[in-house]
Design a protein around this ligand. Structure first.
Ligand code: ADP
Ligand code: ZN
Length: 338
């Protein structure tokens, strides 16, 4: 078991990696506790938290809507949860996003925490306090940044995770590894087989190191005024591809990062050999690295991306493995580069 604390000027978030999920109940009281989870997780793990009140949502991105948020507020009122309540989201990124948003807005904010059950949530989505729902065709544009009191990550819970979801988590872990020196990248590269076979101690280290990197970036810039933008590596295009095609987030991130690496190569930032290594690593986990797209077609989605500032696009490039740079492009320039 390993602990990491994420400290911001206004909060402390306690992250536990490698705890036994079955121990989780012993850590919390029962009164005024509500669990938000999705039906898949409830059917696999629900018997382990059956003594708590549970709000179940449908799995998937579609649940991240204001309508579902409204339904959850109603449930919370029915359960007589007030400002002393505690909401625990048990699930992947979708459950964490919804839980964080509900808990931040209900009674102007009540306590909340996560049991992150997907690799993507353990290495990325559950960490850093971003929450939100989709609106119209735009991803995550309604939301806040607010740190959970706690995050539990149990690598054993990943045993039940479908391969496709597991792969998607690896896309975010590789992305994170590209933002800070080359140690985590090399570790992933050297331990590919053990990661694929979900070897416990290797997973524990992978999650710990990814969280450690993300925590240090978030601590330096919680509200994404500067340094935190590097975590958006690959995401400008990923979000656009996702909203156009409905592709899984992790797969789109893999394509988006490879595109950023290609452009970094073209502009002379990245060596050919490094570009190849990045691509091969994503491929090694069965992730896609290419996607034929028409820039004009993706443009509206890119310009509505919440990271757009006027028509200037913040685009993250790589000066080498582990050396991200934040570049600003007018969209015309970016188009030319494509
Ligand atoms: P992400 O973290 O990728 O955003 P989601 O919250 O969309 O993930 O979850 C992806 C899918 O995996 C959902 O269908 C969810 O019900 C399912 N899921 C989440 N955690 C587990 C798990 N530990 N075992 C099996 N299925 C899971
Ligand atoms: Zn992401």
């Amino acid at each position: 078991m390993a602990y990491i604390t994420l400290k911001t000027p206004t909060s402390e978030s306690h992250i536990n990696i490698g705890f036994e999920f079955t121990e989780f109940k012993t850590q919390i009281g029962k009164s005024q506790v509500v669990i938000i989870t999705d039906s898949n997780i409830n059917s696999i793990y629900g018997s382990q938290f059956s003594e708590f009140k549970v709000i179940e949502i449908k799995p998937g991105e579609k649940s991240k809507s204001l309508e579902i948020i409204g339904d959850i507020y109603k449930h919370l009122l029915d359960c007589h949860i007030d400002r002393n309540g505690l909401i625990i989201g048990i699930g992947g990124g979708v459950v964490c996003d919804i839980t964080g948003f509900v808990a931040t807005t209900y009674f102007r904010g009540i306590r909340f925490g996560f049991v992150a059950t997907t690799l993507l949530a353990q290495v990325d989505a559950a960490i850093g306090g971003k929450n939100g729902v989709n609106f119209q065709s735009f991803k995550n544009i309604i939301g806040t940044i607010n740190q959970p009191d706690f995050v539990y990550c149990d690598p054993k819970m990943l045993d039940s995770l479908p391969d496709e979801q597991y792969r998607c988590g690896m896309a975010e872990a590789i992305k994170t590894s590209l933002t800070r020196n080359n140690k985590l990248f090399d570790f992933i590269d050297e331990n590919k087989e053990l990661i694929i076979s979900k070897e416990y101690s290797v997973l524990q280290k992978l999650i710990y190191d990814s969280v450690k990197i993300k925590v240090s970036i978030v601590e330096a810039d919680e509200i994404e005024k500067g340094a935190r933008k590097i975590l958006n590596l690959g995401h400008t295009f990923a979000h656009a591809i996702e909203s156009k095609t409905g592709m899984q987030h992790g797969e789109a991130v893999s394509i988006g990062v490879c595109k950023a690496a290609d452009i970094s190569l073209k502009l002379g930032f990245l060596a050919d050999e490094e570009n190849k290594r990045i691509r091969e690593l994503f491929k090694g986990f069965g992730l896609p690295t290419e996607f034929k797209f028409d820039f004009e077609e993706l443009l509206p989605a890119i310009l509505h991306d919440k990271k757009k500032d006027e028509q200037i696009i913040n685009y993250i490039l790589l000066n080498g493995i582990g050396k991200p740079v934040i570049m600003k492009f007018h969209y015309n320039e970016l188009k030319k580069i494509f």
